[in-house]
Design a protein around this ligand. Structure first.
Ligand SMILES: [Ca+2]
Ligand SMILES: [Ca+2]
Length: 250
């Protein structure tokens, strides 16, 4: 690209090429792709696996929030899940222990990694949620095994293998305008979510693939009754880099 500067006279290209030359003098900074799980519980100590690039070396974790404890437990190479692109989900990982003391109230915790004097761009770990948070419980792969949840509710789950499908059920006692949303790619997940809402007779009401990036969102008015939510990957891929947060709200 730099060879073309003299013919293109692009100030943007000049700047980009000078930046590249400058950055070649320094060690490449670690980069963070995603954390599994995405979210931490407030007032707790949580182990989080952070995936990315250039993480398999002596590394320090930092945050700008005072009194939050960060401890690197280990750093290692990480397999790229089947069918995934290492450019998307990273090739190395850090197991991190995060302690949030009771006096700290946060919705997100920014973290960075420093290795060889170079610091990553910050990544935000979610903390808690707008609604009560529960974890996905497997097996929930069929309507018969659907995991009952409340509404409103947040579920932190994972499409843990290829062709895995996660099914949840909830009941409404009154008519409600509902928003059912998957947060995945926005937090760096490899999941390209596909979200489908079924009625009590297991007939499709509506579906959503890509509403924000590749994350899905359904907005619908529902009468009182029982409903099923199906979360899956649009390409039937799954693995350790496919976490998601399902937000069932009104
Ligand atoms: Ca699952
Ligand atoms: Ca999608």
């Amino acid at each position: 690209m730099c060879k073309r500067i003299s013919t293109l006279f692009s100030l943007g290209l000049v700047f980009n090429c000078l930046s590249t030359l400058h950055s070649e003098d320094k060690p490449e900074a670690p980069r963070i792709a995603l954390a599994v799980p995405f979210a931490l519980s407030p007032n707790s100590t949580t182990k989080v696996m952070v995936r990315g690039w250039k993480l398999n070396r002596d590394i320090e974790a930092k945050t700008t929030i005072a009194n939050v404890g960060l401890r690197v437990i280990k750093h290692e190479n990480a397999n790229v899940p089947n069918g995934q692109d290492a450019k998307l989900v990273g090739d190395s990982q850090v197991e991190l222990e995060v302690t949030i003391p009771p006096e700290i109230s946060l919705e997100a915790l920014p973290i960075t990694f420093v290795a060889g004097g170079a610091e990553s761009v910050p990544y935000s770990l979610l903390v808690g949620g707008r609604y009560p948070v529960v974890l996905e419980v497997e097996p929930n792969d069929s309507f018969r095994q659907a995991q009952p949840i409340a509404a409103p509710q947040i579920v932190d789950g994972q499409i843990h293998s290829d062709r895995n499908v996660d099914i949840y059920s909830f009941e409404l006692t009154d008519e409600r305008r509902m928003t059912v949303e998957v947060i995945a790619r926005r937090q760096g997940s490899g999941l390209d979510s596909l979200l489908t809402l079924f009625d009590s007779k297991k007939e499709i009401i509506t579906t959503s693939d890509d509403a924000e990036l590749t994350d899905s969102r359904i907005e619908v008015v529902l009468a009182a009754g029982k409903y099923f939510i199906v979360v899956q990957d649009a390409h039937d891929h799954g693995g350790p880099a496919h976490p998601y947060r399902l937000v069932v709200g009104y």
